[in-house]
Design a protein around this ligand. Sequence first.
Ligand SMILES: *[C@@H]1O[C@H](CO)[C@@H](O)[C@H](O)[C@H]1NC(C)=O
Ligand SMILES: *[C@@H]1O[C@H](CO)[C@@H](O)[C@H](O)[C@H]1NC(C)=O
Ligand SMILES: *[C@@H]1O[C@H](CO)[C@@H](O)[C@H](O)[C@H]1NC(C)=O
Ligand SMILES: CC(=O)N[C@H]1CO[C@H](CO)[C@@H](O)[C@@H]1O
Length: 404
Amino acid sequence: MGAAMTALKVGGGLLAVVMTTVVYYYCHLVLAGFPEPGKVTIIVMVVKFQRLVGRIYELLGFGSSLDYRRKSGMGHRPRIGDPSLLVTDTSFDGVKVRLYQPQGQDQGGDRAGLVFMHGGGWILLSVDIYDNVTRHIAKATGAVVVSVDYRLAPEHTFPIPFKDCLNATKYFLHHPGEYGVDPARVGVAGDAAGGNLAAAVALKLAQESSNNVCPLKLQALIYPALQALDFQTASYRTRETPWLDAFTPASHFNLYLNGNDSWAEKFVSHSHISDQVKTSRFAAYVDRHLVYPSLPQMTPRDDAVIDLPEEIKDILNPYFCPLMAGDSQLAGCPNTCILVCEFDVLRDDGIMYAKRLGKVGVGVKLEHFEKGFHGILNLTTKPMEFQVGKEVMKSLVSLLNENL
Ligand SMILES: *[C@@H]1O[C@H](CO)[C@@H](O)[C@H](O)[C@H]1NC(C)=O
Ligand SMILES: *[C@@H]1O[C@H](CO)[C@@H](O)[C@H](O)[C@H]1NC(C)=O
Ligand SMILES: *[C@@H]1O[C@H](CO)[C@@H](O)[C@H](O)[C@H]1NC(C)=O
Ligand SMILES: CC(=O)N[C@H]1CO[C@H](CO)[C@@H](O)[C@@H]1O
């Protein structure tokens, strides 16, 4: 009995080692083109393992795999004390926020302010997980940073997360004195889904203000997700990564829209919109010509019928998908910095937005990171510290210092 048990344990252990080695080398092969493939491989393995456990968790009836992903590894990290920064959890107009106020060197009410929307596909992550990112930005720029704890989908669908971000930003713009902030130096920023929310807030504030002039000084968008019309852009087709394929953003956009992802397959196969919509001005807003100027430019039809099913009609709403804004609306946007990564299905969304904003006269800086990949902004800390992650963070900080 004892011997059998020992044999079983040794066998199991050996099997685990062999499987891990095989998976490691397999991932390594797939990831040949990536920077620092060894570390990327470990991330892929952790992500795949988490997804697998999530599925088992769901099968066993403990809850949804989303619950598991929210609870597990991506859970709450402890906050680190730091005398140079006053960190407060509070609320702005009923919206929960974490406020980072740099201490010392009193700037007499002249500080810049930055409202930050975190990434995570509108369904995951939190101000806690981004604590290091927002803390670092506040310290490196001397700006007062507001990290918005907006409510998440699928429990809270569009427009709730957007409205939370909008309300928090407006409150900050209306009470700058309380935080020593110069109201003329306030910007918004965000990564991935947070970039979508930041861009939507900037569009909305420009629309609401007089003469279409945005009260914000800057929008800084890091690999933002900006459209749900075309999941077959060049980057969607050729820049999938093991942790972000085309299906994932399609699914997340759907969860944000309707609280379920029953349309996601159709989004990916481009069968969610009719041939009419494919010839409309909305399709021209995501024309590949914007990314590859050598491709012919699409001429939209004025009479194209916009026959979207009720359930998904908001994919044309610019506050849901900022790339769907018309040129006159885009012209009201504040100065813009967009950071995109080569290994990212969302690369072209960012490039298209930069090109369209530039065409209507908005000041735009577009930075493209050859070795960057999606999610790199929060991979700057040991043990998962990437050179390119540090470069993206460094660029973001200098862009904020120069433009805010
Ligand atoms: C956001 O602001 C609007 C208008 O002031 C208000 O009606 C709404 O309740 C606010 N939402 C939250 C979550 O505070
Ligand atoms: C998904 O959400 C939409 C909009 O709320 C609803 O009409 C539809 O029935 C839902 N589909 C599923 C499969 O739950
Ligand atoms: C980093 O952020 C991205 C979203 O931009 C998210 O998908 C990823 O899970 C995050 N990684 C960690 C370790 O929090
Ligand atoms: C304590 C900690 O995690 N610090 C890291 C936070 O992120 C910055 C860059 O974004 C790193 O330089 C720090 O080491």
